[in-house]
Structures are given as structure tokens and as C-alpha cells.
Design a protein around this ligand. Sequence first.
Ligand SMILES: [Zn+2]
Length: 198
Amino acid sequence: MTNETAFHESGHAVFANIFKDYLYVHEITILPSEYGKGVNVIRTIKSEESPLDRFHFIIVILAGLVVQVSKDCRHDHGIYKKVLSYLDKRLLTDNQIKDSFDGDFQNLQESLNNLSLDLEKPKNQILASAMVYIANCLIKTNQFWPAIDALAFELTQSKILKREEIDKIFNAIGFNDYLIKSRQAFLIESEVLLYEQD
Ligand SMILES: [Zn+2]
């Protein structure tokens, strides 16, 4: 039986793989570690972080929770609306994040605040765009769930996976090849979503 946390962490890792020039996944683990349980994502040092970089980071943070809650009802698209309204309630009121179960909410809150100021765009709009992006990847392609399933299965067995092992899993099911071919389209889609007018 694949571990619940393994799905969550695999969600982060699979989405980080889209933006790998900026967000490098060093290792993922379901064991408590020095850094806490989770995905050790290293942000590539850039002289200036663009709003699009920040948006990609938000997508990757959000993907853990979204994948975790939708794994058992992946054909019910209504789930994404439910997740969004739950997040809206928790994230948009500053004093409601103190009981967060891990660092995700803290990170999301901070990144949303920064990006919202950068773009003068409301936080809930950015959140909704990130959610649409994740839902599109999960619903409109046949590539993401198999990658998540495979990674979560191996993570449940091994408890910890290094970058080389993650790539081995992605290569075995063709996910890395798929991203090489379609990464540019995924990057463009994120830009369109971030900057589209409501
Ligand atoms: Zn997480």
C-alpha cells in the first residue's frame, strides 16, 4: 500500500521537474530528517527572481496537497474546486496558518504575498491560476499520474530517494522524455495563466 505522505511528496517532486532549471530536487523522503520530512528543493540562485519564478515555486508547493487529496478521486474534477475553497479560507486570512501541518502553508503564504505585491494582483487570483495549472496537468495529460504513482510507490519502499533514483524512475516510464519535448509548452502555459487578465 502506497504511503499517503509519499503521494504528497511525489506531487511536489513531479511538478518541480517541469521547472527544473530553477527548482532542483535534491532528494525526497518520508522519514523525518534534518530538514524535516519532505522534498529538499534547491532554488537555483539567480541575480533576480522573476515573478514567473515565484509563480512556479507556488505551483510546486501547492502540488503536494493537491496530489495528496485528489489521488483517490482523480476522475472527479470537482475535487479541485473543493481544494481551492479550502485553501482560500486557510491562506487568505493571515492568522489561520499557525496550525499548519508542515512548512507548506508558511511558504505558500510568503510567496503569495510577495507575488501579489510584485504584480499588484490579488492573492486569490494567483492561487486560482496555480490551481488551474496543476489541475490541467493532472487532467489533460496522461503523463502526470503515472509519474506520481511510480514515484510514490518507490518512495514508500525506499523511504528516501536521491536525485539519480528519481531520474531513473522518471526515465523508466518516459516522463523525462515527455518533459523534454513539452517543457516549453508548459512554461508558456504558466506565463499565460499568470499574466492573463480576468
Ligand atoms: Zn508538502
